[in-house]
Write a new protein. Structure first.
Length: 743
């Protein structure tokens, strides 16, 4: 803080020391063509003309110059000394010097410009320079249905992949084993592993027909919405608290979470899904659900500290809505145009504030709801009863409010007024749009070049661990180009023809041979395509945080299946909630069996998010996330071994295994199968057996350690040594690499 002050003081000095004095106006009669045009042409027009108007200012026509730029008028006829244009070319404020680079204007040139303005700014012939046209950028071009390549494969996706692989002389992998395939499908579609019985059933007939029936079953399973809803909640930066320092609770935020899960389960077409979240409240005769959908943009941070400037944080929330809308739906870094024109993509600062204007009138309100049926909880509450069932955070239209370009993104520096409008480079028609609903409909239209491409790419990335465009959130010129552009457009085209159905899109992808391949890495894969861009194999993906917990609960028989309702607070290590502001957050642990509900229902506190989820790269929800990181750290292994929840899983499962038959080797084989679906090999069987025996010897020698491991169950077991050995073995099994990854 101190450092900052010193810098600020230095800066103030430099301003006064080096500020240039304003040269006097020239006394001669100015001739535009002779005196002014060369200055404009040589020093200004490359940034200030039709098609490229930096700072919103055009200097290629008198009327345009009179209109001014983003901060308003820049010339006052007859008063050159007061004109902003003169001040910037003279460098009165060293922060704002024009031209910003290259040669400065001489004092003689400035004198001429002053005289020109004082004498009425007469105009004449001006040679404009054609700005160098940037090449067309693929993602801003309309989606075109490509021709499906010729080839032997029956599935169109496979044809697109094969054509490229043939060029690269790489061969695809064979289909994964039925055990691997069914486990992959379960984890990808519903985020839970199959039971041994389900694996057996599939193994008995792993034909394509049976596989497709299985796909349909999983798409119809309500767990599908929880799994795919979680992806969307990342993008929606969903959390159960306000953020910022105080980070107060949001007891009704889950209403939006449930809306997402339900919408995905009923396969609400994606265009409608977009429209309802951005503008459900503005739909004619909007129903309660459509209003709750606007909770999407209520997930912005809220600062309720005393003494803060409410307007500053209101503007910050609106800016977040613009940034999130750009990133999630359009894969566009529109947020980069908040303070200056976008440096790489065709979005001007004015266009940013035209988008801003769509959200600037909105009011945050709480919708009163009829109480829903109580959720199926083991123990009713005490991922406040009356309160918790009566409201939902929504967005509604507030009173009219003017929108301005904010100079350098500063809410205290309003420039010229702007009206709502879409970016021209994306084919937006400025005249037609005035409301958030217009914006939503434009985003969700077939004409929008980005929306469908961006969404199918997000879906693809969840099923292969990597998008066809790697930068899921940047389809601009700085993003990566698509590895298979025709396939991307094929998927986008089919998607629209299929009624924007997420379920049908997923069905199409997971029935391809490309998806069904084994993830085995061959030496030529590693050498030629280590990042698996060409898809000559499936990807081996470390499971996401929620799934790691969910499947441990499922395998140990503890998962509590109930859908929706207020979030839970499962056990977490001590000291975590003390990290919150003044330790004010009390993590009142959920004590009923509902604490073993799925991870998607865990309370998300922004300043102290649930630690085991964070360790495995869950986002903290301060900003939207469309691509989770996949890190690999020692803390992860320590968490799986020692975290309370994982310990409880090992304990419960171990005790169950101890009660099965006395045949240790058969029990091990069965346990392993319920974990990853496949049979143990004989060498694996042998090693597990040795491990079990070692544990037994250890706990026979150290009964105290057995007691610690058994915890409360100590008094219930007849043979503590064997039971402890089973718990330790179960813990090892739950930490197997094959269990923590989706092959
Ligand atoms: C290399 C590009 C470039 C050149 C050349 C250039 N400008 Fe600028 N100009 C800018 C940018 C960028 C801004 C916006 C700065 C901002 O918003 O912080 C700007 C802003 C301005 C503004 C303020 C507009 C407003 O409303 O805030 C004026 C006036 C201006 N320029 C005049 C000139 C003049 C006169 C020349 C020629 C002598 C010139 N500029 C040359 C890039 C350029
Ligand atoms: C909160 C305000 C703000 C935001 C948001 C912002 N910038 Fe900037 N940026 C500035 C300022 C101020 C400058 C320096 C003055 C200038 O060049 O206009 C700058 C300069 C730059 C420059 C150097 C320009 C040059 O000519 O050398 C680049 C490149 C740039 N920004 C890119 C980005 C990108 C990409 C994003 C989005 C990820 C972004 N900016 C978002 C404020 C911002």
């Amino acid at each position: 803080m101190l450092r900052f002050h010193i810098l600020a003081i230095n800066f103030a000095f430099s301003t006064s020391l080096f500020a240039a004095p304003l040269p006097e106006p020239s006394q001669q009669l100015v001739d535009f063509s002779r005196d002014i045009a060369p200055i404009l042409q040589q020093h200004c027009l490359k940034c200030h003309q039709d098609g490229k108007s930096k700072g919103g200012l055009r200097l290629d026509a008198r009327a345009e110059l009179l209109k001014g730029g983003n901060s308003g008028v820049v010339v006052q006829l007859g008063q050159s000394g007061k004109s902003r244009l003169i001040q910037v070319i003279a460098g009165v404020n060293p922060d704002e010097v024009m031209p910003p680079e290259g040669e400065k204007l001489t004092s003689q040139q400035i004198s001429l410009m002053r005289a020109w303005i004082d004498q009425g700014m007469k105009w004449g012939e001006l040679k404009t320079i054609k700005p160098t046209q940037a090449g067309k950028h693929w993602a801003f071009e309309p989606v075109k249905a490509p021709k499906i390549p010729d080839g032997e494969a029956s599935h169109p996706i496979d044809r697109f992949i094969q054509v490229r692989l043939e060029k690269e002389k790489l061969l695809t992998n064979p289909e994964a084993t039925p055990e691997t395939l069914i486990r992959r499908l379960y984890l990808d579609l519903i985020g839970l592993p199959p039971t041994s019985a389900e694996v057996d059933q599939f193994k008995s007939d792993a034909s394509a027909t049976n596989y497709e029936q299985l796909v349909d079953c999983l798409l119809a399973d309500p767990h599908f919405g929880e799994r795919w809803g979680r992806h969307w909640l990342d993008a929606a930066r969903y959390a159960d608290s306000d953020g910022y320092e105080k980070d107060l609770p949001r007891p009704y935020a889950w209403r939006y979470r449930d809306w997402v899960i339900n919408a995905i389960n009923r396969d609400l077409p994606y265009d409608q899904f977009v429209i309802e979240q951005l503008a459900g409240d503005l739909l004619p005769n909007a129903n309660q659900e459509q209003k709750i959908a606007t909770g999407f943009h209520r997930n912005t941070l809220t600062n309720k500290e005393g003494g803060v400037d409410q307007e500053e944080f209101r503007v910050a929330a609106v800016m977040d809505r613009v940034a999130t809308t750009g990133k999630v739906f359009l894969g566009a870094t529109i947020a980069c145009a908040q303070c200056h024109d976008h440096k790489y993509d065709p979005f001007s600062q004015r266009e940013y504030y035209q988008l801003f204007a769509f959200f600037n009138r909105d009011k945050e309100t709480e919708l009163d709801l009829a109480p829903p049926p109580l959720p199926r909880l083991s123990i009713p509450p005490k991922k406040t009863v009356v309160d918790a069932y009566s409201k939902a955070p929504v967005l509604t239209l507030g009173p009219d409010r003017k929108s301005h370009i904010l100079i350098k993104g500063d809410f205290l520096r309003p420039g010229v007024e702007v009206q709502p409008g879409m970016p021209v480079s994306l084919g937006g028609n400025a005249a037609a749009a005035t409301t958030r609903l217009d914006l939503a409909r434009w985003i969700a239209s077939n004409e929008n070049p980005l929306t469908r491409r961006v969404f199918v790419n997000q879906v693809w990335s969840k099923l292969f661990g990597r998008g066809l465009v790697f930068t899921l959130d940047d389809f601009g010129t700085q993003g990566e180009k698509p590895s298979h552009p025709e396939l991307l457009d094929f998927l986008a085209t089919e998607f629209a023809q299929d009624g924007w159905s997420l379920k049908r899109l997923i069905r199409g992808i997971v029935t391809s041979s490309t998806y069904k391949q084994s993830s085995q890495i061959r030496p030529d894969h590693l050498e030629r395509d280590p990042r698996n861009i060409l898809l000559a194999r499936q990807s081996r993906i470390r499971l996401e945080s929620e799934i790691l917990r969910d499947q441990a609960l499922a395998v140990s028989g503890q998962l509590f299946e109930s859908f929706g309702g207020p979030p839970i607070k499962p056990p977490q290590p001590p000291g975590i909630s003390e990290l919150t502001y003044a330790s004010h957050l009390k993590w009142v642990e959920t004590t009923g069996i509902d604490r073993n509900r799925r991870g998607v229902y865990i309370w998300l506190q922004r300043t102290s998010p649930y630690p085991s989820l964070m360790t495995f790269d869950s986002p903290d929800s301060n900003v939207c996330t469309v691509r989770r990181d996949r890190s690999n750290t020692p803390l992860q292994a320590l968490t799986l071994l020692n975290d309370v929840v994982f310990q409880e899983c090992a304990q419960t499962w171990g005790l169950k295994l101890a009660q099965r038959s006395k045949d240790v080797s058969a029990t091990l084989a069965e346990a392993f199968r319920s974990l990853v679906g496949r049979e143990l090999s004989s060498s694996e069987q042998e090693r597990l057996m040795q491990l079990f025996v070692r544990f037994k010897t250890l706990y026979a020698a150290k009964p105290d350690q057995a007691k610690t491991l058994l915890g409360k169950s100590m008094n219930k077991v007849s043979d503590p040594t064997t039971s402890a050995a089973w718990i330790a073995t179960a813990r090892t099994l739950l930490n197997l690499d094959e269990f923590l990854n989706r092959e």
